[in-house]
Design a protein around this ligand. Structure first.
Ligand code: ATP
Ligand code: MG
Length: 365
Protein backbone atom coordinates (compact mmCIF):
# COMPACT_ATOMS: atom_id res chain seq x y z
CA UNK A 1 0.00 0.00 0.00
CA UNK A 2 2.76 2.45 0.93
CA UNK A 3 4.56 1.51 -2.27
CA UNK A 4 1.49 2.48 -4.26
CA UNK A 5 1.10 5.70 -2.30
CA UNK A 6 4.73 6.46 -3.07
CA UNK A 7 4.01 6.02 -6.76
CA UNK A 8 1.10 8.43 -6.57
CA UNK A 9 3.31 11.01 -4.86
CA UNK A 10 6.01 10.46 -7.50
CA UNK A 11 3.56 10.98 -10.33
CA UNK A 12 2.83 14.43 -8.90
CA UNK A 13 6.40 15.37 -7.98
CA UNK A 14 7.75 14.26 -11.36
CA UNK A 15 5.79 17.12 -12.86
CA UNK A 16 7.60 19.53 -10.58
CA UNK A 17 4.96 19.87 -7.85
CA UNK A 18 5.23 19.18 -4.13
CA UNK A 19 3.11 16.38 -2.70
CA UNK A 20 2.82 14.79 0.75
CA UNK A 21 0.65 12.26 2.49
CA UNK A 22 -1.07 13.99 5.39
CA UNK A 23 -3.82 13.52 7.95
CA UNK A 24 -5.43 10.29 9.00
CA UNK A 25 -3.21 7.90 7.11
CA UNK A 26 0.08 9.17 8.57
CA UNK A 27 -1.45 9.45 12.03
CA UNK A 28 -2.81 5.92 11.93
CA UNK A 29 0.35 4.53 10.29
CA UNK A 30 2.48 5.87 13.12
CA UNK A 31 0.03 4.33 15.60
CA UNK A 32 0.15 1.00 13.77
CA UNK A 33 -3.47 1.18 12.60
CA UNK A 34 -4.39 0.10 9.06
CA UNK A 35 -6.42 2.51 6.91
CA UNK A 36 -7.59 2.42 3.34
CA UNK A 37 -7.99 6.12 2.66
CA UNK A 38 -5.03 8.31 1.96
CA UNK A 39 -5.14 12.10 2.03
CA UNK A 40 -2.55 13.88 -0.07
CA UNK A 41 -1.74 17.56 0.05
CA UNK A 42 -0.02 19.26 -2.89
CA UNK A 43 0.61 22.61 -4.55
CA UNK A 44 -0.77 21.25 -7.84
CA UNK A 45 -4.24 22.63 -8.54
CA UNK A 46 -7.20 20.32 -9.24
CA UNK A 47 -6.89 21.14 -12.93
CA UNK A 48 -3.22 20.21 -12.95
CA UNK A 49 -4.00 17.01 -11.06
CA UNK A 50 -6.58 16.05 -13.64
CA UNK A 51 -3.86 16.28 -16.26
CA UNK A 52 -1.70 13.84 -14.27
CA UNK A 53 -4.42 11.31 -13.39
CA UNK A 54 -6.76 10.14 -16.15
CA UNK A 55 -9.28 8.74 -13.69
CA UNK A 56 -9.31 11.79 -11.39
CA UNK A 57 -12.76 12.93 -10.38
CA UNK A 58 -13.92 15.98 -8.49
CA UNK A 59 -17.05 15.25 -6.47
CA UNK A 60 -17.75 18.86 -5.49
CA UNK A 61 -16.07 21.77 -7.15
CA UNK A 62 -16.12 24.28 -4.30
CA UNK A 63 -14.34 21.92 -1.89
CA UNK A 64 -11.69 21.30 -4.52
CA UNK A 65 -10.64 17.76 -3.63
CA UNK A 66 -9.57 15.42 -6.38
CA UNK A 67 -10.29 11.74 -5.85
CA UNK A 68 -8.43 8.88 -7.45
CA UNK A 69 -8.82 5.17 -6.82
CA UNK A 70 -5.78 3.00 -7.15
CA UNK A 71 -5.38 -0.69 -6.20
CA UNK A 72 -8.29 -0.53 -3.75
CA UNK A 73 -7.07 2.64 -2.07
CA UNK A 74 -8.94 5.90 -2.24
CA UNK A 75 -6.76 8.98 -2.51
CA UNK A 76 -8.21 12.36 -1.68
CA UNK A 77 -5.86 14.99 -3.03
CA UNK A 78 -6.28 18.59 -1.92
CA UNK A 79 -4.37 21.64 -2.98
CA UNK A 80 -2.51 23.65 -0.30
CA UNK A 81 -5.02 26.21 0.82
CA UNK A 82 -5.96 29.03 3.07
CA UNK A 83 -9.56 29.22 4.19
CA UNK A 84 -10.97 32.71 4.32
CA UNK A 85 -13.95 34.15 6.23
CA UNK A 86 -15.75 31.42 8.01
CA UNK A 87 -19.46 32.22 7.90
CA UNK A 88 -21.56 31.07 10.86
CA UNK A 89 -18.64 29.02 12.10
CA UNK A 90 -18.95 26.37 9.46
CA UNK A 91 -17.98 26.76 5.84
CA UNK A 92 -15.17 28.98 4.65
CA UNK A 93 -16.55 31.59 2.28
CA UNK A 94 -13.63 31.13 -0.03
CA UNK A 95 -10.59 28.98 -0.27
CA UNK A 96 -7.41 30.32 -1.72
CA UNK A 97 -4.79 28.01 -3.19
CA UNK A 98 -1.33 28.70 -1.84
CA UNK A 99 2.16 27.36 -2.41
CA UNK A 100 3.19 26.83 1.18
CA UNK A 101 2.87 23.47 2.94
CA UNK A 102 3.40 24.95 6.41
CA UNK A 103 0.51 27.39 5.95
CA UNK A 104 -1.69 24.57 4.71
CA UNK A 105 -0.90 22.59 7.84
CA UNK A 106 -1.83 25.46 10.13
CA UNK A 107 -5.42 25.53 8.80
CA UNK A 108 -5.89 21.89 9.83
CA UNK A 109 -7.75 20.90 12.98
CA UNK A 110 -5.49 18.91 15.31
CA UNK A 111 -1.73 18.58 15.61
CA UNK A 112 -1.92 14.81 15.17
CA UNK A 113 -3.54 15.43 11.77
CA UNK A 114 -0.74 17.63 10.46
CA UNK A 115 2.04 15.08 10.23
CA UNK A 116 3.20 14.52 6.64
CA UNK A 117 5.16 11.94 4.73
CA UNK A 118 7.08 12.70 1.57
CA UNK A 119 7.75 10.46 -1.40
CA UNK A 120 10.75 8.89 0.37
CA UNK A 121 8.42 8.11 3.27
CA UNK A 122 10.30 10.60 5.45
CA UNK A 123 8.09 12.00 8.18
CA UNK A 124 7.72 15.79 8.28
CA UNK A 125 6.39 17.13 11.53
CA UNK A 126 6.26 20.92 11.70
CA UNK A 127 3.68 21.26 14.46
CA UNK A 128 4.87 18.70 17.01
CA UNK A 129 2.17 16.25 16.07
CA UNK A 130 4.39 13.29 16.90
CA UNK A 131 4.82 14.47 20.48
CA UNK A 132 1.06 14.63 20.90
CA UNK A 133 0.70 11.20 19.30
CA UNK A 134 3.22 9.88 21.78
CA UNK A 135 1.38 11.43 24.69
CA UNK A 136 -1.93 10.36 23.20
CA UNK A 137 -3.46 13.80 23.35
CA UNK A 138 -5.84 15.75 21.10
CA UNK A 139 -4.60 19.33 20.73
CA UNK A 140 -5.83 21.89 18.24
CA UNK A 141 -3.50 23.73 15.90
CA UNK A 142 -3.51 27.11 17.65
CA UNK A 143 -6.30 28.36 19.91
CA UNK A 144 -8.98 25.74 20.49
CA UNK A 145 -11.68 28.35 20.99
CA UNK A 146 -10.84 30.08 17.74
CA UNK A 147 -10.67 26.83 15.81
CA UNK A 148 -14.05 25.71 17.15
CA UNK A 149 -15.51 29.12 16.38
CA UNK A 150 -14.34 28.84 12.77
CA UNK A 151 -15.83 25.37 12.38
CA UNK A 152 -17.61 23.84 15.31
CA UNK A 153 -17.74 20.43 13.65
CA UNK A 154 -14.20 20.18 14.97
CA UNK A 155 -15.76 19.70 18.42
CA UNK A 156 -17.24 16.42 17.20
CA UNK A 157 -14.04 15.50 15.40
CA UNK A 158 -12.11 16.02 18.67
CA UNK A 159 -14.47 13.66 20.46
CA UNK A 160 -14.36 11.15 17.63
CA UNK A 161 -10.56 10.99 17.59
CA UNK A 162 -10.38 10.88 21.40
CA UNK A 163 -12.70 7.89 21.55
CA UNK A 164 -11.63 5.99 18.45
CA UNK A 165 -7.93 6.33 19.20
CA UNK A 166 -8.48 6.21 22.94
CA UNK A 167 -6.67 9.54 23.43
CA UNK A 168 -7.18 12.26 26.01
CA UNK A 169 -8.52 15.70 25.19
CA UNK A 170 -6.18 18.55 26.00
CA UNK A 171 -7.51 20.72 28.85
CA UNK A 172 -7.73 23.71 26.51
CA UNK A 173 -9.79 21.61 24.10
CA UNK A 174 -12.13 20.51 26.90
CA UNK A 175 -12.68 24.09 28.04
CA UNK A 176 -13.29 25.23 24.46
CA UNK A 177 -15.83 22.45 23.91
CA UNK A 178 -17.80 23.67 26.92
CA UNK A 179 -17.60 27.29 25.86
CA UNK A 180 -18.36 26.77 22.17
CA UNK A 181 -20.68 23.77 22.15
CA UNK A 182 -23.75 25.94 21.45
CA UNK A 183 -22.28 26.59 17.98
CA UNK A 184 -23.05 22.99 16.98
CA UNK A 185 -26.62 24.18 16.42
CA UNK A 186 -25.54 25.97 13.26
CA UNK A 187 -23.86 22.94 11.68
CA UNK A 188 -25.87 21.01 9.10
CA UNK A 189 -27.43 17.76 10.28
CA UNK A 190 -25.70 16.09 7.38
CA UNK A 191 -22.20 16.95 8.56
CA UNK A 192 -23.06 16.12 12.17
CA UNK A 193 -24.54 12.78 11.18
CA UNK A 194 -21.40 11.84 9.24
CA UNK A 195 -19.32 12.36 12.37
CA UNK A 196 -21.82 10.57 14.60
CA UNK A 197 -21.96 7.62 12.18
CA UNK A 198 -18.19 7.29 12.42
CA UNK A 199 -18.33 7.42 16.22
CA UNK A 200 -21.21 4.99 16.63
CA UNK A 201 -19.93 2.42 14.15
CA UNK A 202 -16.56 2.19 15.84
CA UNK A 203 -15.66 -0.43 18.39
CA UNK A 204 -15.13 2.37 20.93
CA UNK A 205 -18.63 3.80 20.39
CA UNK A 206 -19.34 3.60 24.14
CA UNK A 207 -16.54 6.05 24.84
CA UNK A 208 -17.98 8.48 22.29
CA UNK A 209 -21.35 8.28 24.00
CA UNK A 210 -19.70 8.91 27.37
CA UNK A 211 -17.77 11.91 26.10
CA UNK A 212 -20.77 13.42 24.33
CA UNK A 213 -22.73 13.09 27.59
CA UNK A 214 -19.86 14.41 29.69
CA UNK A 215 -19.88 17.66 27.74
CA UNK A 216 -23.66 17.87 27.54
CA UNK A 217 -23.60 17.59 23.76
CA UNK A 218 -26.75 15.45 23.80
CA UNK A 219 -28.70 18.67 24.20
CA UNK A 220 -26.79 20.60 21.55
CA UNK A 221 -27.17 17.70 19.11
CA UNK A 222 -30.84 17.13 19.99
CA UNK A 223 -30.12 13.53 20.96
CA UNK A 224 -32.40 13.34 23.96
CA UNK A 225 -32.10 9.60 24.35
CA UNK A 226 -28.30 9.47 24.21
CA UNK A 227 -28.17 8.61 27.90
CA UNK A 228 -30.33 5.54 27.25
CA UNK A 229 -27.78 3.90 24.98
CA UNK A 230 -26.25 0.88 26.58
CA UNK A 231 -25.77 -1.35 23.58
CA UNK A 232 -23.56 -0.21 20.73
CA UNK A 233 -23.51 -3.53 18.92
CA UNK A 234 -24.53 -1.98 15.61
CA UNK A 235 -24.99 1.48 14.20
CA UNK A 236 -28.66 0.80 13.56
CA UNK A 237 -29.16 -0.19 17.23
CA UNK A 238 -27.78 3.16 18.32
CA UNK A 239 -29.86 5.19 15.88
CA UNK A 240 -32.96 3.18 16.80
CA UNK A 241 -32.62 4.08 20.46
CA UNK A 242 -31.89 7.71 19.56
CA UNK A 243 -34.95 7.69 17.28
CA UNK A 244 -34.28 10.99 15.53
CA UNK A 245 -35.27 10.17 11.96
CA UNK A 246 -37.36 13.33 11.88
CA UNK A 247 -34.29 15.53 12.46
CA UNK A 248 -31.26 13.77 11.01
CA UNK A 249 -30.98 12.52 7.41
CA UNK A 250 -31.67 8.82 6.85
CA UNK A 251 -32.56 6.84 3.74
CA UNK A 252 -36.10 5.49 3.51
CA UNK A 253 -34.80 1.96 4.11
CA UNK A 254 -33.04 3.10 7.28
CA UNK A 255 -36.14 4.95 8.44
CA UNK A 256 -38.25 1.84 7.96
CA UNK A 257 -35.71 -0.32 9.76
CA UNK A 258 -35.51 2.09 12.71
CA UNK A 259 -39.30 2.26 12.92
CA UNK A 260 -39.55 -1.56 12.82
CA UNK A 261 -36.89 -1.98 15.49
CA UNK A 262 -38.76 0.47 17.71
CA UNK A 263 -41.95 -1.52 17.21
CA UNK A 264 -40.09 -4.76 17.86
CA UNK A 265 -38.80 -3.26 21.11
CA UNK A 266 -42.37 -3.24 22.40
CA UNK A 267 -43.03 -6.94 21.76
CA UNK A 268 -41.73 -10.33 22.84
CA UNK A 269 -38.81 -11.10 20.51
CA UNK A 270 -38.94 -14.81 21.33
CA UNK A 271 -42.56 -15.01 20.15
CA UNK A 272 -43.21 -16.82 16.86
CA UNK A 273 -45.54 -14.15 15.45
CA UNK A 274 -43.09 -11.34 16.35
CA UNK A 275 -40.24 -13.24 14.74
CA UNK A 276 -42.28 -13.89 11.63
CA UNK A 277 -43.65 -10.38 11.34
CA UNK A 278 -40.43 -8.39 11.77
CA UNK A 279 -37.90 -10.98 10.60
CA UNK A 280 -34.64 -12.14 12.12
CA UNK A 281 -32.53 -9.01 11.76
CA UNK A 282 -34.98 -6.56 13.31
CA UNK A 283 -35.68 -8.90 16.22
CA UNK A 284 -31.97 -9.45 16.77
CA UNK A 285 -31.38 -5.69 16.93
CA UNK A 286 -34.33 -5.13 19.26
CA UNK A 287 -33.13 -8.10 21.29
CA UNK A 288 -29.63 -6.65 21.52
CA UNK A 289 -31.03 -3.37 22.84
CA UNK A 290 -33.02 -5.27 25.46
CA UNK A 291 -30.14 -7.57 26.32
CA UNK A 292 -31.83 -10.75 25.08
CA UNK A 293 -30.06 -13.92 24.01
CA UNK A 294 -29.17 -13.48 20.32
CA UNK A 295 -28.55 -17.20 19.74
CA UNK A 296 -31.95 -18.04 21.13
CA UNK A 297 -33.64 -15.55 18.80
CA UNK A 298 -31.80 -17.04 15.81
CA UNK A 299 -32.67 -20.57 16.85
CA UNK A 300 -36.33 -19.78 17.37
CA UNK A 301 -36.48 -17.95 14.06
CA UNK A 302 -34.93 -20.86 12.17
CA UNK A 303 -37.42 -23.22 13.78
CA UNK A 304 -40.47 -21.26 12.57
CA UNK A 305 -42.76 -23.43 10.48
CA UNK A 306 -43.05 -20.68 7.85
CA UNK A 307 -41.00 -17.56 7.14
CA UNK A 308 -43.31 -15.90 4.63
CA UNK A 309 -46.78 -16.20 3.16
CA UNK A 310 -45.29 -18.06 0.22
CA UNK A 311 -44.37 -20.94 2.52
CA UNK A 312 -48.04 -21.70 3.19
CA UNK A 313 -49.11 -24.71 1.17
CA UNK A 314 -52.12 -22.96 -0.30
CA UNK A 315 -52.48 -20.18 -2.89
CA UNK A 316 -54.87 -17.23 -2.86
CA UNK A 317 -56.63 -18.70 -5.91
CA UNK A 318 -57.34 -21.85 -3.94
CA UNK A 319 -58.62 -19.81 -1.01
CA UNK A 320 -60.99 -17.84 -3.27
CA UNK A 321 -62.25 -21.03 -4.88
CA UNK A 322 -62.81 -22.63 -1.53
CA UNK A 323 -64.73 -19.71 -0.03
CA UNK A 324 -66.45 -19.08 -3.35
CA UNK A 325 -66.75 -15.31 -3.02
CA UNK A 326 -65.40 -12.49 -5.19
CA UNK A 327 -61.90 -11.58 -3.96
CA UNK A 328 -61.88 -9.06 -1.12
CA UNK A 329 -60.48 -8.15 2.28
CA UNK A 330 -61.36 -11.60 3.60
CA UNK A 331 -58.31 -13.12 1.86
CA UNK A 332 -56.07 -11.15 4.20
CA UNK A 333 -58.05 -12.41 7.18
CA UNK A 334 -57.69 -16.01 6.02
CA UNK A 335 -53.95 -15.62 5.60
CA UNK A 336 -53.61 -13.98 9.01
CA UNK A 337 -55.45 -16.88 10.64
CA UNK A 338 -53.49 -19.53 8.75
CA UNK A 339 -50.16 -17.89 9.56
CA UNK A 340 -51.01 -17.60 13.23
CA UNK A 341 -52.25 -21.19 13.55
CA UNK A 342 -49.26 -22.63 11.68
CA UNK A 343 -46.73 -20.49 13.54
CA UNK A 344 -48.16 -21.50 16.92
CA UNK A 345 -48.02 -25.16 15.82
CA UNK A 346 -51.77 -25.55 16.07
CA UNK A 347 -52.19 -26.35 12.42
CA UNK A 348 -50.10 -28.44 10.06
CA UNK A 349 -48.86 -26.68 6.96
CA UNK A 350 -50.20 -29.09 4.34
CA UNK A 351 -52.81 -28.27 1.72
CA UNK A 352 -55.17 -30.80 3.20
CA UNK A 353 -55.08 -29.34 6.71
CA UNK A 354 -55.14 -25.73 5.54
CA UNK A 355 -58.22 -26.43 3.39
CA UNK A 356 -59.90 -28.21 6.24
CA UNK A 357 -59.24 -25.26 8.59
CA UNK A 358 -60.71 -22.77 6.12
CA UNK A 359 -63.84 -24.86 5.57
CA UNK A 360 -64.33 -25.23 9.30
CA UNK A 361 -64.14 -21.46 9.81
CA UNK A 362 -65.83 -20.46 6.59
CA UNK A 363 -68.60 -18.47 8.36
CA UNK A 364 -65.95 -16.09 9.73
CA UNK A 365 -64.92 -14.94 6.29
P1 ATP B 1 -10.32 9.77 9.07
O1 ATP B 1 -10.05 9.69 7.59
O2 ATP B 1 -9.86 8.62 9.87
O3 ATP B 1 -11.71 10.20 9.37
P2 ATP B 1 -8.74 12.12 8.89
O4 ATP B 1 -7.95 12.88 9.91
O5 ATP B 1 -8.01 11.64 7.69
O6 ATP B 1 -9.44 10.95 9.65
P3 ATP B 1 -10.44 13.47 7.03
O7 ATP B 1 -11.83 13.96 7.23
O8 ATP B 1 -10.16 12.42 6.03
O9 ATP B 1 -9.94 13.04 8.46
O10 ATP B 1 -9.60 14.78 6.70
C1 ATP B 1 -8.24 14.73 6.28
C2 ATP B 1 -7.45 15.83 6.95
O11 ATP B 1 -8.01 17.11 6.60
C3 ATP B 1 -7.46 15.79 8.46
O12 ATP B 1 -6.50 14.93 8.97
C4 ATP B 1 -7.20 17.24 8.80
O13 ATP B 1 -5.82 17.52 8.65
C5 ATP B 1 -7.96 17.97 7.71
N1 ATP B 1 -9.35 18.28 8.11
C6 ATP B 1 -10.47 17.56 7.87
N2 ATP B 1 -11.56 18.15 8.36
C7 ATP B 1 -11.15 19.30 8.92
C8 ATP B 1 -11.82 20.38 9.58
N3 ATP B 1 -13.12 20.38 9.78
N4 ATP B 1 -11.04 21.41 10.00
C9 ATP B 1 -9.72 21.43 9.79
N5 ATP B 1 -9.03 20.46 9.20
C10 ATP B 1 -9.73 19.40 8.76
MG1 MG C 1 -8.81 10.69 5.93
Amino acid sequence: MLENAKKVLEMITEKGYKAYIVGGFVRDYLLGIKTNDIDITTNATPKELQEIFDDACMPSTDYGAVIINNYGTRYEITTFRKEINYINNRKPEKIEYIDDLYKDLTRRDFTINTICMDKNLEVLDFLKGKDDLKHRIIKTVGSAKERFEEDSLRILRAIRFASILNFNLDKEVEDAIIEKKHLLKSISYNRKKEELDKMFSNINAKKSVELLLKFGLDKELELERLKDINNTESLICVWSVLNVTDIYPFTNTEKEMISDINKALQIDNYDAISLYKYGLYVNQQAGAIKGLDKKKITKLYNKLKIHSKKDLKITSDEIIKLINKTPGEYIKEVYKDLEKEVLYNRLRNTTKYLRRYILKNIDKY
